[in-house]
Ligand binder design. Structure first.
Ligand code: K7E
Ligand code: CUA
Length: 690
């Protein structure tokens, strides 16, 4: 009866009051039907497209807007009319926004921002929902609640070296943490804090079957949070490369099975996992092999020059399979309950080698078949290519000296395959399906395309040679090509992730957005034109990966009513329609709520000041996009309940008064009526005055 009345009310009220337009029909949800929605929007059109035909012809419009034929081509290549999906999805770090960006290619439209390390109200992440709070708290340091991150390198899970579309990992450089996102619902499921270090940079990179997620350190400190003065830098400070074990079944990192390698106190930098030929090995570049300790008095040397004295730093070459065997055999020590493979053990057992790399190295990218490693140099003009075979030969021949810590140092000439002169400040390299490498040139503000050698060259072109450069605007860091760091790059699209945008966008004040520029690397012959500029105004992204969209198989709604996204199963305790209740046991009150267009059940919660409240709420909708919010005024509570989802909030009703709660998603015509009241009766007359 109640339901019938509601439907009736909606049918009467909606066309009059809300949409106020003719030919409007409604279904029981209070929404216009899809066919009518598009017809309504295009009143004057004779085609099915919203907005109808474009006035004037293309040439006139282009000329009026001052667009060149190339501009028009670029527009046609990137424009998605309403309803057309993108072919690729880019997962980009959101930099110090602590989030992940999901961007469609080639349209460059921002599809979503995934709340990761930072509370985010739209997704109800970190605003009372127990699951999200637990995820965020999992990333706390010993004595500090952490609520932001500097995200650098996302890593999509891989199967046999190819993205499988299941999971996404992202590292936090500021606090040495790692987050796991499940791509079934694009939600963050786990954050883990490195127990032995508070900083990293060389993560996250996965091994070809995602057994391990690699986190390389950066600014060395005494491990485990110990104290030592900088005068004891050489002896007491250490770097780390941490290997997190991923349990794909559970969709979680297993810290118990994870371990860190102790390495010398150089500043480890980017890592990459070997693949195919080099599978089982990991490579990390490093800086500050000078062991600079900075300027704190007149005699000191600042890091900027102190850590740039040497012509060569050391690539770290790690036999991960061997390291894992040693860990399994118990050859570890423990620090803060975490397994450590001691440096001396790695040296004795042939787990760690170095080879020199020029000149303030950065970037470390394994070629698709795994036989070369490409390293940039921030103060160099070459990309330096190392051969995995040559590295192995040098190891086998015992062709090495040792560094100051006794780590075998393989001679540069013995491991280097080629140096490719590209321009100033080569950083990061990606690949395509035609045997080319693409390297970002920070100082040049350009993207270089160059020929790989060896088995990649079947076209007779000269190997290891610059082919072309495209200027980008400006100061490019990473770049990403479609599946460009997998065993089978697609050879389409390149996104230049530029640090500075300077004059590219309208002035929005002194803090400028970054600039993602889309380059067409597939259809322009030798040239790689920039065809789209996309401002990124939420933090400074570093790396991104681009996956074929059809590999992603995300839920459209949660599979069943009462779904707990944390366990990815139905919560047996989830409120369902007809089981709603408010149950008091002393001063513990359990509230079981449901939400559906356009009401909560129940709509009144009567509490006494001091009650401990546990509130379970289920969105019992099954329709796609029928999300409801749940926000309680001045309690810092806001949930986002996607269709089928169950959430739990716990709080103490300390504050007497009357607190409306309401749905924060405009879910239906009577969304404003989707409200409830929480009444908290004061414990005494005095307490009722605020
Ligand atoms: Cu070059 Cu953190 Cu990968 Cu930035 S790093 S650019
Ligand atoms: Cu539910 Cu608005």
């Amino acid at each position: 009866m109640k339901r019938t009345l509601q439907v009736l009310m909606i049918a009467v009220l909606v066309p009059m009051a809300v949409f106020g337009c003719r030919r409007q029909d409604v279904d029981t949800s209070g929404q216009p039907r899809a066919e009518e929605r598009s017809a309504e929007q295009g009143d004057d059109s004779d085609d099915a497209r919203p907005g109808g035909a474009v006035a004037g012809n293309v040439d006139e419009i282009a000329s009026a807007r001052g667009l060149s034929p190339d501009d028009v081509k670029a527009a046609v290549m990137t424009y998605n009319p309403s309803g057309k999906m993108d072919e690729y999805i880019q997962f980009a770090s959101g930099g110090h926004g602590g989030q992940m960006l999901v961007i469609g290619l080639p349209s460059m439209r921002l599809l979503k921002l995934i709340a990761t390390f930072t509370p985010e109200p739209w997704q109800g992440f970190g605003y009372g929902g127990e699951a999200g709070m637990a995820v965020l708290d999992g990333g706390n340091a010993a004595n500090q609640e952490l609520r932001w991150a500097d995200t650098h390198h996302p890593a999509l899970s891989e199967t046999a070296g190819d993205y499988d579309g299941q999971f996404l990992f992202i590292g936090d450089k500021a606090n040495a943490r790692l987050a796991v996102i499940d791509l079934r619902d694009f939600e963050t499921k786990q954050i883990v804090k490195n127990p032995i270090s508070d900083g990293d940079h060389g993560g996250m990179f996965v091994t070809p079957n995602t057994e391990w997620v690699v986190e390389g350190g950066q600014y060395s400190t005494p491990l485990g949070g110990a104290y030592a003065p900088m005068s004891e830098y050489k002896d007491k400070y250490r770097g780390h490369i941490t290997f997190w074990k991923f349990d794909r079944e559970k969709g979680r990192i297993d810290p118990e099975q994870s371990f860190a390698m102790e390495v010398p106190p150089y500043w480890q930098d980017l890592c990459d996992a070997g693949k195919l030929e080099s599978e089982g090995w990991v490579f990390c570049n490093s800086i500050n092999t000078e062991l600079a300790t900075g300027k704190a008095d007149a005699d000191g040397v600042n890091f900027e020059s102190g850590a740039s004295q040497n012509d060569m730093d050391y690539m770290h070459i790690v036999n991960l399979n061997k390291a894992a065997e040693l860990v399994a055999a118990g050859k570890t020590t423990e620090l803060n309950g975490f397994k450590i493979l001691p440096l001396q053990t790695s040296i004795d057992e042939g787990v760690l080698y170095f080879t020199p790399e020029p000149k303030s190295p950065h970037g470390n990218d394994v070629t698709p078949k795994g036989e070369y490693i490409v390293v940039g140099g921030k103060l160099d003009q070459n990309a330096t290519v190392y051969s995995f075979k040559k590295i192995q030969a040098a190891i086998a021949a015992g062709n090495f000296e040792t560094d100051d810590y006794g780590v075998p140092l393989l001679p540069f000439d013995a491991t280097m395959e080629a140096q490719v002169e590209l321009g100033l400040g080569p950083l990061h390299t990606q690949f395509d399906d035609k045997g080319y490498g693409y390297t970002s040139l920070f100082l040049d503000s350009a993207v270089a395309r160059w020929t790989l050698g060896g088995s990649y060259r079947t076209d007779g072109a000269e190997p290891w040679k610059l082919v072309t450069k495209t200027p980008v605007q400006y100061n490019i860091g990473h770049l990403a090509t479609a599946e460009g760091d997998t065993v089978s790059p697609d050879g389409k699209w390149l996104v230049a992730m530029n640090k500075w945008s300077v004059d590219r966008f309208n002035n929005v004040g002194p803090l400028l957005p970054q600039n993602f520029q889309l380059l067409d690397i597939a259809s322009g012959g030798v040239q790689m034109p920039v065809i789209y500029d996309s401002p990124i105004g939420v933090g400074e992204p570093h790396y991104a990966q681009i996956i074929k969209a059809d590999k992603l198989k995300a839920f459209e709604t949660y599979p069943e009513i009462g779904w707990d996204p944390q366990t990815m199963a139905v919560d047996p305790d989830a409120p369902k329609a007809g089981t709603e209740s408010v149950v008091r046991d002393g001063n513990n009150v359990t509230v079981r709520l449901t939400a559906v267009r356009s009401h909560f059940t129940p709509e009144r919660i009567e509490l006494k000041q001091g009650d401990n409240v546990t509130l379970h709420i289920t969105n019992i909708e099954t329709a796609r996009d029928a999300t409801h919010g749940f926000a309680v005024s001045v309690h810092n509570i806001n949930l986002s309940l996607e269709p089928g989802e169950t959430e739990t909030v716990k709080f103490t009703a300390n504050q007497p008064g009357v607190f409306p709660w309401y749905c924060t998603e405009f879910c239906s015509a009577l969304h404003l009526e989707m409200v409830g009241y929480m009444l908290v009766e004061p414990s005494s007359a005095a307490a009722s005055v605020r």
